[in-house]
Structure formats: C-alpha cells, structure tokens
Design a protein around this ligand. Structure first.
Ligand code: MTE
Ligand code: MOS
Length: 709
C-alpha cells in the first residue's frame, strides 16, 4: 500500500460526533426570519391570482415580483424560475415564500393564502411526453448492416425508478445582508460557486456583492449540486426584501417530495448477434426530467455514453432523450445517469447469454473492452482495464464461477438461490470538455509565517472526506505533519473557484492541483514568511479532444472500475429476498485514505442495493410523489446491511491524479442493480427475465403467483 493510503482519523469526526459542528440549523434563532414555501397544489395550471391576507408587522410574502434581477436560476439552461412565472409546472413548485419571526404564525398565514388556478392538462407518465428537453445521438460503425447480417436480433425494454438522496440533513440555507451591502448566503451545499453564479443573476449583482459559504453539511450525494442554486435564490430574494436574515430549512416530507432525485429511465435495447458475438446495438434511452431541465443535459450525457456497458460493440447507435413531465425536476444522484443505463446493459447481456445457452459471466467476459480499444464515443481506453483481474478477486471471495453455474440448474423447494454479477466503470471527472472549457479550476495554497499551510479551494466535504484527504495530499508532498495543514469550509470571499464537488472530480482533479501547488511551494519555501502559490487546471496531453456536438472524443481521461457479485436466497412463500453476500471489487487507483475509501465503497454499494431492491418512489396519476416519508420510502438501514465485502484493487495508478488516485465517490453505487436483479432472476428459474428496478418483494410475489396461475 502507498504511504498516503495509510488511514488517519477524519478531520471533522470529533466536531460531528460531539455536536460542535455548525450546520445551518444551528445558528441561534433570534433575528432570523423563518421562510416557508407556498407551493403549487396542481401539476399544471395557469396562476390566475394569489390572494395573501393582510400580514402582521415583520412578516413578508415574497414572489416573482420581488426578484430584483432575472427570474431564472442559472444552472445549465435557464428555464427554472426562482419563483413560479405565469404557470406552475409541477406539484410543489414554489409560487412564493412567506417569512417571519414566528414559525407557527408563518404556517397559519400560509394556510390562509388563496391561490386561484386555471387547471391545465399535465403530462405525468414518461411514455406520454410531448416535450423533449435534450436529444443526443452517438454513432459508431454501420448499425444497419450489422443488423441485416445478424443471426439473431434481440429487443428488450428496461425501466428504472426514482431514487432520492435521503441525506441526513435536509436542504437548508440562510441569507443575510452584510454591513457593506453584500448578500451573504450560507448553508448546506456542494457547489458554492454554482450558488454564487445563480445569486448574481437573480439579484442582478456583481461578483463582489455576493458571498457564499458552506456550513457543515449532512450529506449531498448529488442532491445538493444544483438544488441549492434554486433555494439559494429564493432565500436571498426574501432576505433582500425583508432586509433581515432569512432561513429556510425543509422538512423531510417536503425534501422527499419536492427536491431533485435520480431520473427514472425507460430504455429500449436492440442487439444484433452473429456467431455468438454481439455485432451491433441500437439503444433508445429516455430520462424523465420532470418539469424543468436543471441538470438533465449532463446527467443524460453521462447516461448514454455508457449505455453499451463495458463491452466492445463495433457498431453502435445510441439515442438519449431527456423528456419533460409535470413532476418534480430530477437531477444528480451519485452515478449521475450511469446506474440507469448500466443496469439495462447488464440485464441485456445476461438475457442474450441465457438465450444462447451460455453462462452470462463468460459471455460478458468475451465482450470486455481492453486497453487501447475505442470507447463508445471513439475515444480510447488509454489505461489498463483491470476487470479480468477484479473478476478473479471476486471469484476468490465468493466462489462466483462455481455458484453461477450451480444456481443456474433447476431448483425446487421453498428457498432458491442465485448469484448475479455486474461489471462497469465510472468515467472519472466531468463529462467531455467541461473541465477544460467551463470549469477551468484554480486552487491555491497559503503558507503562513508560522509554517502552517491553508488550502484554498471551493470543494466541499459532504461526508466523502475532502477536509481530511486534501490536507493529507498537501502534507505528504510538503513532508509536513498533518496538523500543520488545514482546510476550512469554503467561502467564496476567501477561496478561488476550483469548481464544484460533483462527478467524483474533487479528489482526483483538484487533489492533483493541490499536489502540484505543494511541489511549487516546496521549491520556493522560505522560513518565517507568508507565501501563496496557485495552480490552474490543464487538460492532460494524451486526451483525444471531446466535441459534444458530435459526441466524439475522450469523454473522460480515465475510468474507475467495478465488479460486483450479489448472492441471494429467495423465499418463494413470502417473496422476500435475503442477500447472502454482496461482494464488490473496486479500482479507484491509489486510495487517498484507505478507511475513507472503504467507507465510500461500502456506503455507495449499499445505496445501489437499496436502489435495486427497496427504494420505491412513484408519482400518482395527478403528478404527486406519494412516497414522502421514511415509512413509505424505504432505504436500507443498519439492519439491512448484508454480509458485504469490499475488495480494493489498488494497482492501477492514474498518472494525472494525485499519487495515482482516480474518481472514487460515485463508482460503488453504479453496478449493484445489475448484480442484484440478475441474482434474483437466477433464483427464480431458467425462463425468468427481469427488466426493472426496484425489484421489490411485491414484484417477486406477483411473479410467483403468475407462475402458479
Ligand atoms: N459520500 C458521502 N459520505 N456523502 C456524500 O454526499 N457524495 C457522492 C460521493 N460520496 C457523497 C459521498 C457524490 S454524488 C460525489 S459526486 C462524490 O462523493 C464527490 O467526490 P469528490 O469529492 O471526489 O468530488
Ligand atoms: Mo455527484 S451525483 O456528481 O454530486
């Protein structure tokens, strides 16, 4: 193991367990107004009028007419309003905010506000779409010819559901006007500079008039990537109107129903097979964006780029569409579009193998990409693809190959076993040219006269450990004791824009900037003097430039890899599935801290298992998300953690990441659904083919009953 991988106590550990850490909800209540949303109760309607009762002194109603700048939230596209425009587009859309000193009074007034709607016909089901927000195509080879020459053609449709991030701390932000007239917004977030850009636009203010800071944050998982830009504008507009601090913290129901979650998907795969080999795929992917575009463009890009799995398919046509429905806008969740398509690709491979009478593990191995092969976007796998080695490690851990054949034989009796296997990657960092063309990250180190070093970067610790791993990198390079290097919660008045904390980019991309800054600092180090060094991102030379208009080039500089096996036992009386073992081998290059890395892998793997098996969230016919509490949206709890083994494959050093590190945080969630559903499918018998997640106990029972009748 590399020296840097040796584990230390997490930097924020003490403060979090002792209760000292300051979350946005911890600021004393006096002088702060509580803000609460007036939300649409209709999925689609014209707002005829909003009748607000006469307000007691100190209470304010805020809506679109109070937005001093542009009533558009700066995300990727500008269709999300700060407060609803002339129409509402989903149930829960914020029409306005009521704020005041007493929360009970705020609630009372809110319940008295009368909203007159002229109802319009909403679109709720992804199948009924009439608006396409984004439409992308990836083309490679000659698909038509491959289909014409095929021995056999397959067509299957796969569906994946919502998944909510269910971070421990719900969304919450607070805004105040500082003495110098600056608007200061702080709280729970992943991307301070995204929020800053959004506030500047909505408030019509220059960069020196807006300040954003992160408070201790109880998890993000993608859910605090774009959403705080929206809530931030709403809260800031309220603070500007009231001339007082305003804080808005969501309740859990509100958070579950009305904040971004993973896009449900519906994908149709066609595959051409000749001589037992897949020669072409024609893939149509649809993601349900909900009412506004928010992050759908980039989530969809990542989703379709890996829609063919990690398999060499010489002829490819992949189309991806993000479509509008009148439901809560969906967004980023760990994996960012990839878990949906990897699930579909893995199930398709499994089904074709079963039909050909082959072992699906062997069938997948036969199609695996290798170093030097072209990617789906005609880029290259520049580095070693360690998947075969990782399959061997998983095989050793759980006797995968033997069991996979054993459980494929006919089973009788109440309990039946299956084992499923998935293999996949996570493209490390931003998709395409975002890093080079848009983010242009800058990071700095400040050395104080006393020899301590402060890290100046805008990346946030949301539980994944940056407040520990960043200092480890810098201390390691400078050969300093770890306690001489520190990293505070980012504040845009103090730190440069080193980009957002998304796409598992922070540790790899910004971590490397910090390592290089540390080398610079070491070279110019003068005792007793304050010194500052700065590093700018530069795209590695080996990359084949990516062009988004053609979907061509290296979508990612490198890839993290995963191989998962999940072994289950299905109770054919109750439909319950017991996970006997979950084995995950992960390659994230060099871990920057072994325990943190293992924690990331375990947590993500478990989230993936939840996504595959129990996390069931649906919008009803009216467009309302029905699962808004932890009693009807189930996520895995401590008692649901199966016998889980994480195997770190640490041998694939990425030369452009710090000490060989690659993107880590999202990888472990991506492959669990394929492995889990394959396992359940195998347990249920030879002719069973499953096509959706979550695959719940109710689904199992339904199938068993159908079989009987
Ligand atoms: N781990 C914890 N504990 N909490 C989180 O919110 N977010 C995940 C992942 N791991 C998350 C987490 C997501 S969505 C991302 S993109 C990555 O961490 C971010 O990793 P990075 O810091 O390397 O960018
Ligand atoms: Mo992570 S979904 O990219 O915040």
């Amino acid at each position: 193991m590399e020296k840097i991988s040796a584990s230390v106590v997490k930097r924020d550990h003490e403060a979090k367990i002792s209760g000292e850490a300051v979350y946005v909800g911890d600021y004393p209540q006096e002088e702060i107004l509580t803000g609460k949303m007036l939300r649409s109760t209709k999925a689609k309607a014209r707002l005829v009028k909003v009748v607000v009762p006469e307000l007691p002194e100190g209470y304010y109603y805020v809506d679109k007419s109070d937005v001093p700048g542009d009533n558009n939230v700066n995300i990727v596209k500008d269709d999300t309003p700060v407060y609803a425009r002339e129409t509402v587009e989903y149930i829960g859309e914020p029409i306005g905010m009521l704020c005041g000193p007493d929360e009970t009074v705020v609630d009372q007034i809110l319940s008295q506000i009368e909203v007159v709607y002229e109802e319009l016909e909403p679109i709720v089901d992804i199948r009924d779409f009439d608006t396409v927000f984004f439409d992308y195509e990836i083309k490679k080879g000659d698909v038509a010819q491959a289909f014409a020459e095929a021995d056999k053609v397959y067509e299957e449709t796969f569906e994946t559901g919502y998944q909510d991030q269910t971070y421990l701390e719900t969304q919450g932000l607070m805004a105040e006007i500082m003495e110098d007239g600056k608007v200061f917004l702080h709280g729970s977030m992943q991307c301070p500079y995204y929020v800053k850009g959004a506030l500047m636009r909505a408030l019509g203010l220059g960069p020196d008039k807006v300040r954003i800071a992160q408070d201790a944050t109880g998890g993000g998982f993608g859910g605090k990537e774009a959403f705080p830009s929206i809530l931030g504008c709403q809260v800031a507009v309220a603070a500007v109107k009231a001339g007082q601090p305003v804080r808005c913290i969501f309740g859990r129901r509100e958070d579950l129903e009305f904040t971004s979650k993973r896009h449900p998907s519906l994908s149709t795969y066609k595959a051409a097979v000749k001589n037992g080999q897949i020669t072409a795929m024609d893939i149509d992917v649809k993601f349900n964006s909900g009412a506004y575009t928010t992050l759908s463009a980039v989530v969809l890009q990542r989703g379709i780029i890996c829609a063919n799995g990690i398999y060499n398919v010489p002829n490819l046509y992949m189309r991806g569409r993000a479509v509008k429905t009148n439901t809560t806008p969906t967004g980023a969740y760990r994996g960012f579009g990839a878990p949906q398509t990897f699930f579909s690709a893995e199930m398709l491979m499994d089904h074709i193998a079963l039909d050909l009478g082959m072992d699906s593990l062997e069938f997948k191995e036969k199609h695996l990409v290798r170093q030097g092969d072209d990617t789906a976007t005609s880029g290259k796998y520049h580095f070693h693809v360690p998947v075969p080695l990782m399959i061997d490690k998983v095989d050793k851990a759980c006797d995968l190959r033997r069991k996979h054949k054993e459980y494929a034989k006919p089973q009788t009796g109440r309990y039946r076993k299956g084992i499923g296997v998935s293999m996949y990657f996570h493209g490390a960092g931003f998709t395409g040219s975002g890093e080079r063309d848009i983010i242009k990250a800058v990071a700095k180190l400040r050395k104080f006269a006393d020899g301590r070093v402060q890290i100046l970067a805008s990346n946030t610790d949301i539980g994944q450990g940056l407040r520990t791993t960043f200092p480890k990198i810098v201390a390691h390079e400078l050969n300093l004791p770890l306690d001489k290097v520190f990293y505070n919660y980012p504040d845009t008045d103090v730190v440069p824009d080193s980009g957002p904390t998304v796409a598992s980019r922070s540790l790899m991309t910004v971590g490397e900037l910090l390592r290089r800054a540390a080398i610079k600092l070491r070279e110019i180090w003068v005792e007793g003097k304050e010194q500052i060094v700065e590093e700018h991102y530069k795209e590695p030379d080996f990359m084949i430039p990516f062009y988004i208009d053609k979907f061509q080039g290296d979508a990612y500089p490198t890839y993290s890899w995963g191989v998962n096996a999940i072994e289950v036992e299905v109770d054919t009386y109750t439909g319950l599935t017991n996970i006997l073992g979950a084995y995950g081998c992960f390659d994230i290059g060099t871990p920057m801290d072994y325990n943190i890395a293992v924690g990331q892998m375990e947590g993500g793997f478990l989230q993936g298992i939840g996504y595959a098996s129990i996390e069931n969230m649906k919008a009803d016919a009216k467009g309302r998300i029905r699962n808004n509490s932890f009693s009807d949206y189930l996520i895995p709890t401590a008692v649901d953690v199966p016998n889980m083994q994480v195997i770190m494959h640490v041998d694939e050093k990425y030369p452009y990441g710090p000490y060989g590190a690659k993107g880590a945080g999202e990888l472990p969630l991506v492959g669990a659904p394929g492995a889990y559903v394959e396992a359940v499918e195998q347990a249920m018998g030879k002719n069973v083919r499953l096509h959706h997640i979550p695959f719940t106990a109710e689904d199992t029972l339904r199938m068993l009953m159908e079989e009987k009748s």
